[in-house]
Design a protein around this ligand. Sequence first.
Ligand code: NOJ
Length: 550
Amino acid sequence: MSDRWYSKAVIYCLDVDTYVDSDGDGVGDFRGLIGRLDYLVRLGVTCLWLNPIHPTPDRDDGYDVTDFYAVDPRYGTLGDFAELLHQAGNRGIRVIIDLVVNHTSDQHPWFQSARSSPDSPYRDWYVWSAEAPPDRHQGMVFPGEQDETWSYDRTAKAWYYHRFYRFQPDLNVANPRVREEIKKITAFWLQLGVSGFRIDAAPFIIELTEPGNPNSPKDFEFLTELRQHVQWRRADAVLLAEANVEPDGLVDYFSDGGGSSNRLHMLFDFMLNGRLMLALARRDPEPIIEALRDTPALPSGASWATFLRNHDEIDLSRLTAEQRNEVFEEFGPDEEMRLYGRGIRRRLAPMLGNDRRRLELAYSLQFTLRGTPVLRYGEEIGMGEDLSLPGREAIRTPMQWSYLPNGGFSSAEVEQLVRPVIADGEFGYEKLNVTAQRHDPGSLLGWFERMIRTLREAPEVGAGSCTYVDVLAPPGVLVHRADDASGAMLFLHNLGTDRVTVDLQSLAGDAEFPNDVFADQEYDPVGKLDALELAGYGYRWIRLHRSPAG
Ligand code: NOJ
């Protein structure tokens, strides 16, 4: 049985500034978060992923860092952060933080120095070109908000490269001093007690940018180097990276080909995310089956991190144009719900019409499919989005805790809030908040708690193999299973609306005393697996067998 904590974790992602404000200045902070750790324990969270916590001009929600060795003073002090690590650790919760080292803010002292003179010791920490690179209008990540990837800097009298916004100059990872600095940054936070990093924009970090070459080579060796360094400093630290790349390029991020993972431990499963959205939109599991079939096998020790929503738009760029339109029509019918021509800037509950059955189905799928589930704050109570906010801010509104003003997020005046709390309609805090759901045993929050508790008793999910069970099932039904030495679980999900009966007696030989451990409703006993009822949008988690030793 695997003892790698990350393959059995439930990761919860939050942005400190929109979680809880303890001192009434309108911005969430570490002390506020410490006060909600017990809430997270009860939910079943075992690892927190904090969006960037460093000082920042905040032009990209903290992904524009001015000091990698400090915390944003609005969140508290480094002492408060150390206390958070301690308090979380006491409760068995690990903390990982965003490592945003593809670029810095243009206000970072390194860039300020670099641009000031060709002789600056930091000049070659960034990527420059004396001439205007002919490919400067290619490779933008934020089309519509960004129209080039090279900008001219008058002070430097040169062009600098920025894969993202122009205020985020790329660091030059080909420079050994930059590589050493990145390692030093990881060492600093590991020393303080974090359990690893969510690596922002991994494919771009390792890009050896050449002006005029839109397909510049990548240096995967840097990932091997970084892994060695991190693992030496803290043996159980994890590297979880964002790398939304084609399936045939994925394995290189995990391993140099030697059979076991010696680069990143985990990657977000963008491939599955897009296919899950398509499957939900079509009410047909085929895209999920394809994703399970088409993704390359992972080297040992490597894992997926699955998600439905994160802090960015839902990225549908790996789907065909036709598939993308199907998802747009179902989940983002209005232009204002879409972003960058490829994504949807909505939370899951409104996307699914706030249909409780469909929401449970979607999250049951996410949590039982391969890999480690990552849950975005607020999803556990079914929060909505605020489309009047620009771009991705729509899905970054403050957590809704209670009926108190500002949803209990902050006691500040409304105008002082880092972002407005959703106040109106069915997703407004007076209707939708943690306190309300705490008093309702049938709430979505209660469902999440029970679901995660059940998952904890099924270690084969996440740590074991996840396979599609190829049987003749009614349309709309996905059958998959999870296996490892500890036991086997069988999962039925009905993405369609019709009640169906599924015959899985061919699996009976593999079962000891098969029984439902979690389901959308009470069903007749599993019996010989030959007539399993399943409601529209229904799901059943059936334990096939469990090793007494596992
Ligand atoms: C990816 C992050 O998820 C996104 O929020 C950010 O804007 C870009 N990287 C740039 O850092």
